[in-house]
Design a protein around this ligand. Structure first.
Ligand SMILES: [Zn+2]
Length: 501
């Protein structure tokens, strides 16, 4: 199977030697594995190749898993026969880099796991995925727990995988522990400003974050923050008392108002000052995950950026695709935190994205065991929160974004270039010579129905809010380094390949 050839990130000098050895020994092309390309050197031909300079016609030349060049204007007949895959006018774009996914392993494989999660990623055009430090058991908050993660991922991954570590009260003031975690190879840290719902991942306050940033500055790595602050812990008690209908989405929405995001971001911006040039945490970077509020919270972020803070913000396709008004009573597949807000807010999110005030997108793929979603009871207050979306993020962004006039270059920037930069992956995120050959080929006009006939690689298809939707943008192939991660067959290999994804 082809997963042997995906790598654990970080790729460079930070991991223990056995992993480096693992990376090296697994990167040799071999014809014995079906999904490996039959040639070390090949050309991906298309009339629409998305490069940082724009969309061009020609071929991407790949050798030894690296992009050697983009040859503009070249035709199939001018290239060596047999080593060319001609995609016509399908789009050839850098593979997506998803900086926010919960694969829940070790400990909660019944929720997702590395195997099904990365297989879904490959089928969705994602070539690099950074796994979150919580929703697995234990949470990734120390060198030892990171080792458990890495061990769990070995031999199971279909795309490159890296890890965020957790910034929690226990390690925030323990420099040795935090440096141990960073030295062991996490790409940065993640913290929560409200209860995470996970016992061994407690929330951090402003002081923990301030202290953590000092250590991150030394490593020049980011802190990703879940920015919601619980203002009035009693408000949810009133709702639980039966005064409001727990099956109504509006009831849930009231428990997490935009003021929670605003309050958290206000606090965060105080510490963001430290990340400025000449600040006490210069070199560190703050990243607000899954912004939902497109009004005051976003204005605060814009303001801090203009003052020179090292700050970025992401949102997720579910905030761009859905609105509160359309969520049916009891349909807990849509429950997430912060919540999906109204249609007017959704419009503003698209505007902010188009105007580059929101820097990038991530999936925040956060599945659970189906029974925890309480699909039968439909109780929004008690159901587990989290949207399951990994395989669908590219078509979802495209399908809902088309009406806002988004371009292929914007997609590449939001989904590949900027997330790669956030994760410190300098050789990923763009089709340029010298970069890893991480490439998605997709057909923007091909429509499909996410019905029972559609093959979904997520462990639990029924919990995804996207099921039942009609999307456009079909992933035809995902290439990674010297292999084709999706589908598991290639021209020249198809006849004997029986292990296609
Ligand atoms: Zn998350």
């Amino acid at each position: 199977m082809e997963f042997l050839r995906s790598r654990i990130l970080p790729l460079l000098s930070l991991l223990a030697s056995f992993l480096l050895l693992y990376i090296r020994t697994s990167s040799k092309p071999s014809n014995s594995l079906c999904s490996l390309l039959p040639h070390d050197e090949y050309w991906i031909l298309s009339k629409r190749i998305v490069t940082p300079e724009g969309v061009t016609s020609g071929a991407v030349e790949v050798k030894g898993g690296t992009i050697v060049s983009v040859v503009e204007g070249v035709q199939a007949g001018e290239l060596p026969q047999g080593n060319v895959v001609d995609y016509g006018d399908a789009v050839v774009m850098p593979g997506l880099v998803d900086v926010h996914a919960h694969l829940d392993e070790p400990g909660k494989e019944e929720w997702e796991g590395f195997s099904s999660g990365t297989k879904a990623a490959a089928a969705g055009g994602i070539t690099t995925l950074i796994d979150m430090p919580l929703n697995s058991v234990p949470s990734t908050v120390s060198e030892e727990t990171l080792r458990l993660k890495v061990d769990a991922a070995q031999q199971k991954i279909y795309v490159d995988v890296g890890f965020w570590g957790g910034l929690v009260p226990e390690n925030a003031f323990n420099k040795t522990a935090l440096e141990g975690l960073l030295n062991a190879g996490v790409l940065g840290l993640k913290s929560f400003m409200c209860p995470s719902g996970i016992n061994d991942f407690p929330m951090t306050d402003k002081n923990h974050i301030k202290e953590g940033l000092q250590t991150l500055a030394k490593y020049k790595r980011p802190l990703l923050v879940h920015a919601e602050l619980q203002l009035d812990p009693d408000s949810s008690i009133e709702l639980n008392d039966g005064l409001e209908n727990p099956q109504s989405y509006m009831t849930y929405l009231k428990t997490r108002p935009t003021s929670m995001e605003e309050a958290a971001i206000k606090e965060l911006l105080d510490v963001a000052e430290d990340t400025k040039l000449g600040g006490t945490a210069e070199g560190a970077h703050l990243h607000v995950v899954h912004l939902s509020d497109a009004q005051t919270s976003l204005d605060l972020i814009k303001e801090a950026k203009s003052r020179g803070a090292s700050l970025t913000v992401e949102t997720c396709p579910h905030y761009l695709a859905f609105s509160a008004e359309e969520i049916q009573d009891g349909d807990t597949r849509y429950k997430c935190a912060p919540p999906i807000r109204d249609a007017a807010n959704k419009e503003k999110l698209w505007k902010a994205l188009n105007e580059e005030h929101i820097d990038m997108l991530s999936s925040d793929h956060s599945p659970s065991a189906p029974e925890l979603k309480l699909l039968n009871e439909g109780d929004f207050l008690r159901a587990w929160g989290g949207i399951s979306s990994l395989q669908f993020v590219l078509p979802a962004t495209w399908s809902y974004g088309r009406r806002y006039g988004i371009t292929l270059n914007q997609l590449a920037s939001w989904w590949s270039e900027r997330p790669a930069k956030l994760a410190g992956q300098d050789l990923k995120g763009a089709i340029v010579s010298g970069n890893h050959a991480d490439i998605v080929v997709w057909e923007p006009d091909a429509e499909f129905e996410l019905d029972e006939n559609h093959y979904v690689h997520h462990k639990h298809r029924n919990i995804s809010a996207y099921m039942g939707k009609r999307l456009s943008g079909k992933v035809l192939a995902t290439y990674q380094n010297s292999k084709k991660a999706f589908p598991g067959t290639v021209a020249g290999c198809r006849n004997h390949c029986d292990k296609a994804l």
